[in-house]
Ligand binder design. Sequence first.
Ligand code: GCW
Length: 677
Amino acid sequence: AIENGINGWLRYAPLSNDQRPPNLRLPGAIMALSTNKTSPVYTAGQELQAGIKSILNQTLPLYHELDEWLGSTILVATTGQFHGVEPAATLADDGYLLRVRPGNVVIMGQTERGALYGAFDYLSRIAQGRFSDADLIANPDAPIRWVNQWDNMDGSIERGYAGASIFFRNNTIPEDLNRVSQYARLLASIGINGIVVNNVNANANLLTDANIDGLGRIADAMRPYGVQIGISLNFASPQTLGGLSTFDPLDQSVISWWVDKTNRIYRRIPDMAGYLVKANSEGQAGPLTYNRTLADGANLFAKAVQPHGGIVMFRAFVYDNHIDPADLKADRAKHAVEFFKGLDGQFLDNVVVQIKYGPIDFQVREPASPLFANIPQTNTAIELQITQEYLGQQSHLVYIAPLWKTILDFDLRADDQPSLVRDVVAGRRFSNKRGGYAGVVNVGTNTTWLGSHLAMSNLYAYGRLAWDPNQDPQALLEDWTRLTFGSDPLVLGVVTEIYMASWPAYENYTGNLGIQTLTDILYTHYGPNPASQDNNGWGQWTRVDHDGIGMDRTVSTGTGFSGQCHAEVAEKFESIETTPDDLLLWFHHVNYTHVLKSGKPVIQHFYDAHYAGAETAQTFPITWESLRNKIDTERFNDVLFRLRYQAGHSIVWRDSICQFYYNLSGIPDGTGRVGRH
Ligand code: GCW
C-alpha cells in the first residue's frame, strides 16, 4: 500500500500525462556496473528500474556488465570503473556526478555509495516532473552523516513515538529484518551513511556472541544501501558482562577485553562504522569513576577500532543532574565546556565529540553550544533530534529544519573570525579531518515510521541538510511535499503555509523569549508544566518568582555561562540591550514589567505570544481541510486528526502557561484575556 507511508518520500507515484514531457527520451536500458548484490551500485540499478516503472510506467532492462548491451543507457558506476567522463577529480568522498542528456544518463559515484546517491537524485527529479538536462557534481559537506536510534534491547524505544523497535525484540535481534532494509533505503536516499542502532543508555548484553551475530544480520540488511552500522556501548561492560572486577579504562584487563570484543565484532561486520559512547551522564558509567579523564575513556575505544578503520563518537552531553538550585552560580548549560575544554588536543584522531546543538537539551530555542568553538583541536559533530521529544512528540506538527538552520548558521566568532557551526562540524573552520552530523530519529514499527506522516519531513530535511547545510529549509520542504503528496500547487501551498508557521507557533504557545519549552521536565517531556522546571537537580531552570523570570547567565551577575562564548558573542549576550528578545530569558533574569525591544512588557508578550501561537495552530486543520479530495483520504484524514488534536492542545498550553504566570506575577493581561474568572 503506497499510501500507508512505508515508502515515505520514495513513493514513486505515477506522473500524470501533463507532468510528462511529450517527447520524453529515456535511455533504452539501465547499466549498473556491479554484479555484487550487496553493492550499492547494484542496488542503484534495481531502484532505478523499479522507480522508472512506477513513475513512468516504462520497464527498462537492467544490465550489470558492459558487453550485455550496446544501446543508450542510464549508466551507474564508480569513478574507478569508468573513465569516460572527466571531472571525476572534483568528486569528494561519497560525491557523485549526474549528467542527464536526452537518451543518455551518466551517474558516477566517487564511491559505490555515491553512485546510489546519484541514482536517488535522478529518481527524485523524475518523480517531481523535472526532466531538464542536468550536469552537476554533488559533494557532501561533511563525512559523518549518521542517525542514532535510542532502541532498547527489549524492543522499547527511549523517546520513540512510533511503536516498537525494528531492530530489537525480547532482548535479541529478530529474524525478519525487512523493515531494517527499508529504513536503510530511506536513509540512503537522503545521503545518510551511518546508523547507531541501539540506545546511548546502552545494554551490555548487546555484546554477547549471539547478539553480535544479530548485529551482523542488521549490517547485512543495510549494506546494499551503503549504510554502515555502529553501536552504543555501556562503559561498564567489562565488569557487568565480562565479569572483570573493574572497568577502569587504563586497566590492562579492561583494555584487552575491549580489544577482543571489538575484534569479534569486526570479524562479523568488517565495515562497522564505529562506536557511540555516553559516559558519566545521567547515571551512565564512565571513566570519571576511576579518576580517569573523558579523553582516556574515548581513547580506549578509539585504539580498539583504529586498526579496523572505525571511529568513536563520544557524546558531550555530560552533566551533573544533581545540581543545587540554591546555588546561583550553578548552571547545567556550563557543564559541557567545563568537562571538555581542558581535554582539547587529547583525543585520538578517530574520536569525534558529538555535541547537542544547544547547551541544555533539544529545547525549542537555545543558543548554539559554545563547545563547538572551544575545542578547535578536536573533531566535532552536531547532534540534532528528529524525534520530537520536547517538540510535541509527533502529536504536534513542528517542522524543525528552520530551527536547525538557525543553529547551523550561528556564528561563534572564534578569534573574531567567522565561525559558523556548520563550518566547524564540517571540519573546515579548525582544519579537522572528521566531523559532521548525528540525528536522533527513533523510527519504529508504525507504518509511517515516525508515527505521523508529517513528521517524515523532518527526517528528510535532516539528511538533506547534513549533506548540504546551505540549503533553504523551505525548498527542502517543497521537495519533500512533491515526493510525498504530489506536485499540485494547491497541496504545495497548503503544506508550505502550515509547516513554515509551525516552529514559530510552537515556540509561541510553549515557551518563548528563550525560557525553554516549559514542558514537563521530570518525566514525560510532554504537555505544559512550567512549575516542574525549577527546584530540582536537573538544571533546566527558569528561576521564576513573583517578580520576574529568566536565568541570569552573565559573567557580571550570573552563572558566567556567557563567558564560555568567544568575545563578540559573549559581549552581545552579556548585556540585556544587545541580547535579542528571543533569547532574553535564556541569558537574563528580568522583571515581568521589563520592556522588550518590541516595546511590550515581558508578561504581556507572554500572554500575546501564547494566544498568537494557539491561534495559528487553530488555523492548521482549517487550512488542511482545503486539501480534501486533493490527496488520498487515508493520509488526509490521518493528518487532519492530528492537526485538530494539536489545535486543541495548543489551547491547553496557552491557558496553562498564561494562568501560571498570571498567578505568580499577579499582573493581568492588558487585553483582559487572562486573569478574570
Ligand atoms: O533529553 C534527554 C532525554 C533522555 C536521553 C538523554 C540523552 C537517551 O530525556 O531520554 O537519553 O537526553 O540524550 O542522553
